[in-house]
Write a protein that binds this ligand. Sequence first.
Ligand SMILES: NC(=O)C1=CN([C@@H]2O[C@H](COP(=O)(O)OP(=O)(O)OC[C@H]3O[C@@H](n4cnc5c(N)ncnc54)[C@H](O)[C@@H]3O)[C@@H](O)[C@H]2O)C=CC1
Length: 458
Amino acid sequence: MLTICDCGGQKPTPHPRVPLGLVSEHQVRKELGKINRAIPPREGTFKKVLVPGAGTEAAAAPTVRGGTGAEVGRGAPSRAAGPAGQHEGTGRGAASPAGKVPRDLTMSLYCRIAFRGKSFCCYRLLSTYVTKTRYLFELKEDDDACKKAQQTGTFYLFHSLAPLLQTSEHRYLVPRFSLSELERLLSKFGQNAQRIEDSVLIGCSEQHEAWFALDLGLNSSSSTHASLPKSEMETELKGSFIELRKALFQLNPVDSSLLFTAQSLLHWHDGHQFCSRSGQPTKKNMAGSKRVCPSNKIIYYPQMAPVVITLVSDGTRCLLARQSSFPKGLYSALAGFCDMGESVEEAVRREVAEEVGLELERLQYSASQHWPFPNSSLMIACHATVKPGQTEIQVNLRELEAAAWFSYAEVAAALKRKGTYIQQQNQSFPFSVPPKLAIAHQLIKEWVEKHACSSLPD
Ligand SMILES: NC(=O)C1=CN([C@@H]2O[C@H](COP(=O)(O)OP(=O)(O)OC[C@H]3O[C@@H](n4cnc5c(N)ncnc54)[C@H](O)[C@@H]3O)[C@@H](O)[C@H]2O)C=CC1
Protein backbone atom coordinates (compact mmCIF):
# COMPACT_ATOMS: atom_id res chain seq x y z
CA MET A 1 0.00 0.00 0.00
CA LEU A 2 1.03 3.55 -0.63
CA THR A 3 0.32 6.26 1.89
CA ILE A 4 -0.37 9.72 0.64
CA CYS A 5 -0.27 12.25 3.38
CA ASP A 6 -0.17 15.94 3.99
CA CYS A 7 1.71 15.84 7.22
CA GLY A 8 4.18 18.70 6.92
CA GLY A 9 7.03 16.30 7.49
CA GLN A 10 5.59 15.36 10.87
CA LYS A 11 3.84 12.23 11.96
CA PRO A 12 0.85 11.76 9.64
CA THR A 13 -2.32 12.89 11.38
CA PRO A 14 -5.69 13.09 9.69
CA HIS A 15 -6.60 16.57 8.52
CA PRO A 16 -10.12 17.68 9.42
CA ARG A 17 -10.97 18.34 5.76
CA VAL A 18 -8.51 16.15 3.93
CA PRO A 19 -8.30 12.55 5.03
CA LEU A 20 -5.16 10.56 4.55
CA GLY A 21 -5.48 8.65 1.32
CA LEU A 22 -4.56 5.01 1.04
CA VAL A 23 -4.23 3.78 -2.51
CA SER A 24 -2.62 0.69 -3.84
CA GLU A 25 0.58 0.81 -5.81
CA HIS A 26 -1.28 -0.88 -8.63
CA GLN A 27 -3.73 2.01 -8.68
CA VAL A 28 -0.88 4.53 -8.83
CA ARG A 29 0.78 2.69 -11.70
CA LYS A 30 -2.48 2.38 -13.59
CA GLU A 31 -3.07 6.15 -13.37
CA LEU A 32 0.53 6.94 -14.23
CA GLY A 33 0.37 4.59 -17.18
CA LYS A 34 -2.67 6.42 -18.55
CA ILE A 35 -0.72 9.64 -18.75
CA ASN A 36 2.83 8.53 -19.27
CA ARG A 37 3.48 5.25 -21.00
CA ALA A 38 7.18 5.69 -20.28
CA ILE A 39 6.85 4.68 -16.63
CA PRO A 40 9.59 2.21 -15.73
CA PRO A 41 8.80 -1.37 -14.81
CA ARG A 42 8.40 -1.99 -11.12
CA GLU A 43 11.72 -2.61 -9.46
CA GLY A 44 10.86 -2.40 -5.81
CA THR A 45 8.28 -1.34 -3.35
CA PHE A 46 7.29 2.27 -2.96
CA LYS A 47 7.89 3.77 0.44
CA LYS A 48 5.90 6.48 2.13
CA VAL A 49 5.15 9.29 -0.29
CA LEU A 50 5.10 12.83 0.93
CA VAL A 51 2.88 15.06 -1.14
CA PRO A 52 5.02 18.07 -2.13
CA GLY A 53 5.78 21.06 -0.05
CA ALA A 54 5.53 19.88 3.50
CA GLY A 55 7.95 21.15 6.11
CA THR A 56 11.50 20.16 6.78
CA GLU A 57 11.34 16.41 6.38
CA ALA A 58 9.70 16.71 3.00
CA ALA A 59 12.33 19.23 2.07
CA ALA A 60 15.25 17.11 3.16
CA ALA A 61 14.11 13.89 1.57
CA PRO A 62 13.49 13.27 -2.13
CA THR A 63 9.79 13.51 -2.77
CA VAL A 64 9.38 10.13 -4.38
CA ARG A 65 11.75 7.24 -4.36
CA GLY A 66 11.35 3.92 -6.04
CA GLY A 67 12.84 0.78 -4.57
CA THR A 68 15.93 1.31 -6.68
CA GLY A 69 16.44 4.69 -5.12
CA ALA A 70 15.91 6.41 -8.46
CA GLU A 71 15.03 9.96 -7.62
CA VAL A 72 12.03 11.64 -9.14
CA GLY A 73 11.74 14.88 -7.33
CA ARG A 74 13.71 17.78 -6.01
CA GLY A 75 16.94 18.56 -7.75
CA ALA A 76 16.03 16.49 -10.75
CA PRO A 77 15.67 19.29 -13.33
CA SER A 78 19.16 20.59 -12.81
CA ARG A 79 20.72 17.19 -13.16
CA ALA A 80 18.35 16.03 -15.87
CA ALA A 81 19.00 19.09 -18.00
CA GLY A 82 22.75 18.98 -17.40
CA PRO A 83 24.84 22.00 -16.52
CA ALA A 84 22.25 24.31 -17.99
CA GLY A 85 19.10 23.24 -16.12
CA GLN A 86 16.25 25.65 -16.78
CA HIS A 87 13.53 27.06 -14.62
CA GLU A 88 10.57 24.74 -14.44
CA GLY A 89 8.12 27.54 -15.13
CA THR A 90 9.56 27.93 -18.60
CA GLY A 91 8.73 24.40 -19.55
CA ARG A 92 12.26 23.99 -20.77
CA GLY A 93 13.53 22.06 -17.80
CA ALA A 94 10.96 19.30 -18.01
CA ALA A 95 13.47 16.83 -19.37
CA SER A 96 12.33 13.32 -18.59
CA PRO A 97 15.13 10.85 -19.03
CA ALA A 98 14.09 7.30 -19.74
CA GLY A 99 12.94 5.58 -16.59
CA LYS A 100 11.96 8.78 -14.83
CA VAL A 101 8.51 10.27 -14.46
CA PRO A 102 8.38 14.06 -14.89
CA ARG A 103 8.26 15.59 -11.45
CA ASP A 104 5.25 17.87 -11.87
CA LEU A 105 3.30 15.10 -13.48
CA THR A 106 4.04 12.78 -10.59
CA MET A 107 2.91 15.33 -8.05
CA SER A 108 -0.33 16.25 -9.73
CA LEU A 109 -1.05 12.61 -10.31
CA TYR A 110 -0.68 11.63 -6.68
CA CYS A 111 -3.06 14.39 -5.75
CA ARG A 112 -5.53 13.25 -8.39
CA ILE A 113 -5.51 9.66 -7.32
CA ALA A 114 -6.00 10.22 -3.68
CA PHE A 115 -8.46 13.06 -3.68
CA ARG A 116 -10.51 13.66 -6.76
CA GLY A 117 -12.97 16.15 -5.27
CA LYS A 118 -12.99 19.77 -6.35
CA SER A 119 -12.65 21.04 -2.82
CA PHE A 120 -9.49 19.05 -2.37
CA CYS A 121 -7.92 20.63 -5.44
CA CYS A 122 -8.46 24.04 -3.87
CA TYR A 123 -7.03 22.87 -0.60
CA ARG A 124 -3.95 21.38 -2.26
CA LEU A 125 -3.19 24.55 -4.12
CA LEU A 126 -3.21 26.58 -0.95
CA SER A 127 -1.38 23.95 1.03
CA THR A 128 1.48 23.72 -1.46
CA TYR A 129 1.83 27.47 -1.46
CA VAL A 130 1.73 27.74 2.32
CA THR A 131 4.25 24.97 2.89
CA LYS A 132 6.57 26.44 0.26
CA THR A 133 6.33 29.84 1.92
CA ARG A 134 7.08 28.36 5.32
CA TYR A 135 10.01 26.42 3.94
CA LEU A 136 11.49 29.64 2.53
CA PHE A 137 10.86 31.37 5.86
CA GLU A 138 12.75 28.60 7.64
CA LEU A 139 15.69 28.93 5.24
CA LYS A 140 15.83 32.66 5.90
CA GLU A 141 15.83 32.17 9.66
CA ASP A 142 18.07 29.12 10.00
CA ASP A 143 21.60 29.27 8.52
CA ASP A 144 22.14 25.51 8.91
CA ALA A 145 18.91 24.66 7.08
CA CYS A 146 19.85 27.09 4.33
CA LYS A 147 23.32 25.62 3.94
CA LYS A 148 21.75 22.18 3.74
CA ALA A 149 19.33 23.43 1.08
CA GLN A 150 22.32 24.50 -1.02
CA GLN A 151 23.33 20.84 -1.33
CA THR A 152 20.25 20.08 -3.42
CA GLY A 153 19.55 23.59 -4.66
CA THR A 154 20.48 25.29 -7.90
CA PHE A 155 22.32 28.55 -8.57
CA TYR A 156 21.78 31.43 -10.99
CA LEU A 157 25.05 33.15 -11.85
CA PHE A 158 25.70 36.88 -12.23
CA HIS A 159 28.76 38.97 -13.04
CA SER A 160 28.72 42.55 -11.73
CA LEU A 161 24.90 42.31 -11.48
CA ALA A 162 24.46 41.04 -15.07
CA PRO A 163 22.82 37.59 -15.23
CA LEU A 164 24.32 34.71 -17.19
CA LEU A 165 22.05 34.03 -20.17
CA GLN A 166 22.14 31.65 -23.08
CA THR A 167 20.61 32.41 -26.45
CA SER A 168 18.07 30.20 -28.15
CA GLU A 169 16.09 31.36 -31.19
CA HIS A 170 15.83 35.06 -30.27
CA ARG A 171 14.97 34.22 -26.65
CA TYR A 172 17.19 34.15 -23.61
CA LEU A 173 17.37 31.05 -21.46
CA VAL A 174 18.55 31.27 -17.88
CA PRO A 175 20.84 28.40 -16.90
CA ARG A 176 21.07 27.10 -13.34
CA PHE A 177 23.88 25.10 -11.80
CA SER A 178 23.99 22.50 -9.08
CA LEU A 179 26.30 22.88 -6.10
CA SER A 180 28.79 20.37 -7.47
CA GLU A 181 28.87 22.09 -10.87
CA LEU A 182 29.50 25.39 -9.12
CA GLU A 183 32.27 23.93 -6.96
CA ARG A 184 33.95 22.54 -10.08
CA LEU A 185 33.69 25.92 -11.78
CA LEU A 186 35.16 27.79 -8.81
CA SER A 187 38.02 25.34 -8.47
CA LYS A 188 38.79 25.73 -12.19
CA PHE A 189 39.14 29.48 -11.61
CA GLY A 190 41.31 28.96 -8.52
CA GLN A 191 38.68 29.77 -5.89
CA ASN A 192 37.39 27.67 -3.04
CA ALA A 193 33.81 26.68 -2.36
CA GLN A 194 33.54 29.18 0.49
CA ARG A 195 32.59 31.78 -2.09
CA ILE A 196 29.22 30.04 -2.40
CA GLU A 197 28.37 31.59 0.98
CA ASP A 198 28.07 34.93 -0.84
CA SER A 199 24.96 33.61 -2.60
CA VAL A 200 21.45 34.79 -1.79
CA LEU A 201 18.24 32.77 -1.61
CA ILE A 202 15.70 33.91 -4.22
CA GLY A 203 12.98 31.26 -4.08
CA CYS A 204 12.23 27.57 -4.35
CA SER A 205 10.22 25.14 -6.43
CA GLU A 206 7.04 23.53 -5.18
CA GLN A 207 9.17 20.48 -4.45
CA HIS A 208 11.44 22.63 -2.24
CA GLU A 209 14.42 22.80 -4.51
CA ALA A 210 15.96 26.04 -3.27
CA TRP A 211 17.16 28.60 -5.82
CA PHE A 212 20.13 30.85 -5.12
CA ALA A 213 21.90 33.65 -6.97
CA LEU A 214 25.63 34.27 -6.84
CA ASP A 215 27.60 37.16 -8.31
CA LEU A 216 31.10 36.15 -9.36
CA GLY A 217 32.08 39.64 -10.44
CA LEU A 218 31.51 41.56 -7.21
CA ASN A 219 33.94 41.68 -4.32
CA SER A 220 32.49 40.98 -0.91
CA SER A 221 33.72 42.54 2.34
CA SER A 222 33.19 39.26 4.16
CA SER A 223 35.34 37.28 1.76
CA THR A 224 38.70 37.79 0.19
CA HIS A 225 37.43 36.57 -3.17
CA ALA A 226 38.37 38.59 -6.18
CA SER A 227 36.16 39.15 -9.19
CA LEU A 228 36.37 36.28 -11.67
CA PRO A 229 37.35 37.08 -15.28
CA LYS A 230 34.13 37.71 -17.24
CA SER A 231 35.05 36.60 -20.73
CA GLU A 232 36.79 33.38 -19.61
CA MET A 233 33.75 32.51 -17.56
CA GLU A 234 31.41 33.20 -20.47
CA THR A 235 33.43 30.83 -22.63
CA GLU A 236 33.44 28.18 -19.93
CA LEU A 237 29.71 28.54 -19.22
CA LYS A 238 28.67 28.86 -22.90
CA GLY A 239 26.65 32.00 -22.26
CA SER A 240 26.98 35.75 -21.78
CA PHE A 241 26.53 38.04 -18.80
CA ILE A 242 23.98 40.50 -20.17
CA GLU A 243 22.69 43.63 -18.45
CA LEU A 244 19.21 42.77 -17.18
CA ARG A 245 17.57 45.87 -18.60
CA LYS A 246 18.78 44.99 -22.10
CA ALA A 247 17.62 41.38 -21.82
CA LEU A 248 14.12 42.16 -20.51
CA PHE A 249 12.22 41.71 -23.75
CA GLN A 250 13.69 38.32 -24.56
CA LEU A 251 12.91 36.79 -21.15
CA ASN A 252 9.71 35.07 -20.10
CA PRO A 253 7.84 36.58 -17.10
CA VAL A 254 8.82 33.80 -14.65
CA ASP A 255 12.52 34.14 -15.41
CA SER A 256 12.44 37.92 -15.39
CA SER A 257 10.69 38.02 -12.02
CA LEU A 258 13.31 35.73 -10.46
CA LEU A 259 16.15 37.69 -12.02
CA PHE A 260 14.60 40.96 -10.76
CA THR A 261 14.64 39.56 -7.22
CA ALA A 262 18.15 38.16 -7.58
CA GLN A 263 19.65 41.30 -9.04
CA SER A 264 17.98 43.54 -6.46
CA LEU A 265 19.19 41.42 -3.54
CA LEU A 266 22.74 41.13 -4.90
CA HIS A 267 22.76 44.88 -5.53
CA TRP A 268 21.55 45.63 -2.01
CA HIS A 269 24.21 43.39 -0.43
CA ASP A 270 26.90 44.97 -2.56
CA GLY A 271 25.92 48.41 -1.28
CA HIS A 272 25.50 47.49 2.39
CA GLN A 273 28.75 45.80 3.27
CA PHE A 274 29.58 48.22 6.07
CA CYS A 275 27.68 49.34 9.14
CA SER A 276 26.69 53.01 8.84
CA ARG A 277 27.13 53.42 12.61
CA SER A 278 30.39 51.56 13.38
CA GLY A 279 31.99 51.50 9.93
CA GLN A 280 32.75 47.80 10.48
CA PRO A 281 32.04 45.17 7.79
CA THR A 282 28.56 43.69 8.18
CA LYS A 283 27.96 39.95 7.88
CA LYS A 284 25.22 38.51 5.74
CA ASN A 285 23.14 35.58 6.97
CA MET A 286 23.22 32.44 4.83
CA ALA A 287 20.03 33.24 2.90
CA GLY A 288 20.93 36.88 2.39
CA SER A 289 17.72 38.12 4.01
CA LYS A 290 19.67 40.44 6.33
CA ARG A 291 23.12 41.72 7.34
CA VAL A 292 24.33 42.18 10.90
CA CYS A 293 27.10 44.36 12.28
CA PRO A 294 29.14 42.06 14.58
CA SER A 295 30.29 44.95 16.78
CA ASN A 296 26.96 46.56 17.69
CA LYS A 297 24.47 43.90 16.46
CA ILE A 298 22.55 46.36 14.28
CA ILE A 299 20.54 44.39 11.73
CA TYR A 300 20.12 45.70 8.18
CA TYR A 301 17.28 44.37 6.01
CA PRO A 302 17.02 44.70 2.20
CA GLN A 303 14.87 47.70 1.32
CA MET A 304 12.83 48.97 -1.58
CA ALA A 305 11.52 52.48 -2.14
CA PRO A 306 7.74 52.88 -2.56
CA VAL A 307 6.83 54.59 -5.84
CA VAL A 308 3.33 55.57 -6.95
CA ILE A 309 2.41 55.38 -10.61
CA THR A 310 -0.89 56.84 -11.76
CA LEU A 311 -2.89 56.84 -14.95
CA VAL A 312 -4.99 59.98 -14.88
CA SER A 313 -8.18 60.13 -16.95
CA ASP A 314 -10.71 62.87 -17.64
CA GLY A 315 -13.39 60.36 -18.55
CA THR A 316 -12.66 60.17 -22.27
CA ARG A 317 -8.88 60.72 -22.51
CA CYS A 318 -5.88 59.63 -20.48
CA LEU A 319 -2.86 61.67 -19.50
CA LEU A 320 0.59 60.42 -20.44
CA ALA A 321 3.97 62.07 -19.97
CA ARG A 322 7.59 61.64 -20.93
CA GLN A 323 11.04 62.49 -19.57
CA SER A 324 13.90 63.51 -21.86
CA SER A 325 15.68 60.25 -20.97
CA PHE A 326 12.83 58.13 -22.49
CA PRO A 327 13.20 56.69 -26.01
CA LYS A 328 11.80 59.07 -28.64
CA GLY A 329 8.01 58.91 -28.88
CA LEU A 330 7.56 56.93 -25.64
CA TYR A 331 4.95 58.22 -23.16
CA SER A 332 4.10 56.67 -19.79
CA ALA A 333 1.92 57.14 -16.71
CA LEU A 334 3.00 59.63 -14.02
CA ALA A 335 5.40 58.13 -11.47
CA GLY A 336 7.17 59.39 -8.38
CA PHE A 337 8.75 58.29 -5.10
CA CYS A 338 6.66 58.49 -1.93
CA ASP A 339 7.88 61.06 0.57
CA MET A 340 8.53 60.11 4.17
CA GLY A 341 5.30 60.04 6.18
CA GLU A 342 2.97 59.98 3.15
CA SER A 343 0.15 57.55 2.45
CA VAL A 344 -0.21 56.15 -1.07
CA GLU A 345 -3.23 58.42 -1.64
CA GLU A 346 -1.31 61.51 -0.54
CA ALA A 347 1.69 60.58 -2.71
CA VAL A 348 -0.53 60.12 -5.79
CA ARG A 349 -2.28 63.46 -5.30
CA ARG A 350 1.01 65.28 -4.67
CA GLU A 351 2.83 63.74 -7.66
CA VAL A 352 0.00 64.60 -10.07
CA ALA A 353 -0.21 68.17 -8.73
CA GLU A 354 3.60 68.54 -8.83
CA GLU A 355 4.14 67.13 -12.30
CA VAL A 356 1.12 68.35 -14.32
CA GLY A 357 -0.65 70.86 -12.05
CA LEU A 358 -3.93 68.94 -11.78
CA GLU A 359 -6.11 68.01 -8.80
CA LEU A 360 -7.56 64.55 -8.53
CA GLU A 361 -11.14 63.65 -7.76
CA ARG A 362 -11.19 59.87 -7.53
CA LEU A 363 -8.45 57.33 -7.02
CA GLN A 364 -8.50 53.56 -7.39
CA TYR A 365 -5.72 51.07 -6.62
CA SER A 366 -4.93 48.67 -9.47
CA ALA A 367 -1.86 46.52 -8.75
CA SER A 368 1.79 46.61 -7.67
CA GLN A 369 5.11 45.47 -9.03
CA HIS A 370 8.70 45.16 -7.88
CA TRP A 371 10.91 47.16 -10.23
CA PRO A 372 14.69 46.72 -9.88
CA PHE A 373 15.90 49.69 -11.98
CA PRO A 374 17.96 51.63 -11.01
CA ASN A 375 17.39 50.58 -7.37
CA SER A 376 14.62 48.43 -5.96
CA SER A 377 11.22 50.15 -6.05
CA LEU A 378 7.81 48.89 -5.10
CA MET A 379 5.60 50.33 -7.82
CA ILE A 380 2.04 50.98 -6.55
CA ALA A 381 -0.24 51.51 -9.53
CA CYS A 382 -3.50 53.48 -9.45
CA HIS A 383 -6.15 54.86 -11.78
CA ALA A 384 -7.36 58.38 -11.07
CA THR A 385 -9.78 60.92 -12.50
CA VAL A 386 -9.45 64.70 -12.46
CA LYS A 387 -12.06 67.11 -11.18
CA PRO A 388 -14.61 67.91 -13.92
CA GLY A 389 -13.65 70.87 -16.07
CA GLN A 390 -10.12 70.94 -14.64
CA THR A 391 -8.08 69.37 -17.40
CA GLU A 392 -5.59 72.04 -18.37
CA ILE A 393 -2.09 70.65 -18.01
CA GLN A 394 0.78 72.72 -16.62
CA VAL A 395 3.91 70.65 -17.14
CA ASN A 396 6.64 70.89 -14.49
CA LEU A 397 9.63 71.05 -16.80
CA ARG A 398 12.04 70.20 -13.97
CA GLU A 399 10.41 66.75 -13.84
CA LEU A 400 9.00 66.13 -17.31
CA GLU A 401 9.78 66.95 -20.91
CA ALA A 402 6.13 66.82 -22.02
CA ALA A 403 2.65 65.67 -20.98
CA ALA A 404 -0.54 65.44 -23.00
CA TRP A 405 -4.06 64.01 -23.11
CA PHE A 406 -4.46 61.03 -25.48
CA SER A 407 -7.67 59.67 -26.97
CA TYR A 408 -8.81 56.07 -26.70
CA ALA A 409 -8.05 55.51 -30.41
CA GLU A 410 -4.49 56.84 -30.08
CA VAL A 411 -3.70 54.77 -27.02
CA ALA A 412 -5.34 51.61 -28.37
CA ALA A 413 -3.24 51.97 -31.55
CA ALA A 414 -0.04 52.47 -29.55
CA LEU A 415 -0.77 49.34 -27.52
CA LYS A 416 -0.99 47.45 -30.79
CA ARG A 417 2.23 49.18 -31.92
CA LYS A 418 0.82 50.75 -35.05
CA GLY A 419 -0.58 53.88 -36.52
CA THR A 420 -0.06 56.97 -34.44
CA TYR A 421 2.89 59.33 -34.74
CA ILE A 422 3.83 62.13 -32.40
CA GLN A 423 5.59 65.44 -32.99
CA GLN A 424 8.71 66.02 -30.90
CA GLN A 425 11.34 68.68 -31.45
CA ASN A 426 10.06 69.30 -34.99
CA GLN A 427 10.35 65.64 -35.86
CA SER A 428 7.76 62.91 -36.00
CA PHE A 429 8.20 59.72 -33.97
CA PRO A 430 5.93 56.71 -33.56
CA PHE A 431 3.88 57.19 -30.38
CA SER A 432 4.58 54.27 -28.08
CA VAL A 433 3.82 53.13 -24.53
CA PRO A 434 6.01 51.12 -22.07
CA PRO A 435 6.58 47.41 -22.76
CA LYS A 436 4.34 44.64 -21.40
CA LEU A 437 6.54 43.84 -18.43
CA ALA A 438 6.18 47.35 -16.97
CA ILE A 439 3.21 48.05 -14.72
CA ALA A 440 2.67 51.29 -16.66
CA HIS A 441 1.71 49.12 -19.64
CA GLN A 442 -0.80 47.23 -17.49
CA LEU A 443 -2.44 50.47 -16.31
CA ILE A 444 -2.75 51.73 -19.88
CA LYS A 445 -4.14 48.40 -21.07
CA GLU A 446 -6.71 48.36 -18.25
CA TRP A 447 -7.83 51.87 -19.16
CA VAL A 448 -8.22 50.94 -22.84
CA GLU A 449 -10.18 47.78 -21.96
CA LYS A 450 -12.46 49.66 -19.56
CA HIS A 451 -13.01 52.39 -22.12
CA ALA A 452 -13.78 49.84 -24.84
CA CYS A 453 -16.41 48.19 -22.58
CA SER A 454 -18.02 51.46 -21.46
CA SER A 455 -18.31 52.73 -25.03
CA LEU A 456 -20.22 49.63 -26.17
CA PRO A 457 -23.84 50.42 -27.11
CA ASP A 458 -26.40 49.24 -24.47
N1 LIG B 1 7.67 49.70 -14.02
C1 LIG B 1 7.12 50.76 -14.57
O1 LIG B 1 6.12 50.69 -15.28
C2 LIG B 1 7.73 52.13 -14.31
C3 LIG B 1 8.71 52.28 -13.38
N2 LIG B 1 9.21 53.52 -13.07
C4 LIG B 1 10.21 53.63 -12.01
O2 LIG B 1 9.68 54.45 -10.98
C5 LIG B 1 10.71 55.16 -10.34
C6 LIG B 1 10.31 56.60 -10.17
O3 LIG B 1 9.99 57.13 -11.42
P1 LIG B 1 10.39 58.64 -11.74
O4 LIG B 1 9.96 59.58 -10.68
O5 LIG B 1 9.93 58.88 -13.11
O6 LIG B 1 11.95 58.42 -11.66
P2 LIG B 1 13.22 59.32 -11.68
O7 LIG B 1 14.34 58.36 -11.77
O8 LIG B 1 13.08 60.39 -12.68
O9 LIG B 1 13.26 59.96 -10.20
C7 LIG B 1 12.83 61.27 -9.92
C8 LIG B 1 13.65 61.88 -8.81
O10 LIG B 1 13.34 61.24 -7.58
C9 LIG B 1 14.49 61.32 -6.73
N3 LIG B 1 14.79 59.99 -6.20
C10 LIG B 1 15.53 59.02 -6.74
N4 LIG B 1 15.55 57.92 -5.95
C11 LIG B 1 14.78 58.22 -4.89
C12 LIG B 1 14.39 57.49 -3.73
N5 LIG B 1 14.79 56.25 -3.53
N6 LIG B 1 13.58 58.11 -2.86
C13 LIG B 1 13.15 59.36 -3.08
N7 LIG B 1 13.49 60.09 -4.15
C14 LIG B 1 14.30 59.53 -5.05
C15 LIG B 1 15.62 61.88 -7.53
O11 LIG B 1 15.78 63.20 -7.19
C16 LIG B 1 15.14 61.74 -8.96
O12 LIG B 1 15.67 62.74 -9.73
C17 LIG B 1 11.98 54.94 -11.16
O13 LIG B 1 12.76 54.00 -10.47
C18 LIG B 1 11.48 54.35 -12.47
O14 LIG B 1 12.39 53.43 -13.00
C19 LIG B 1 8.72 54.65 -13.69
C20 LIG B 1 7.76 54.55 -14.64
C21 LIG B 1 7.22 53.29 -15.08
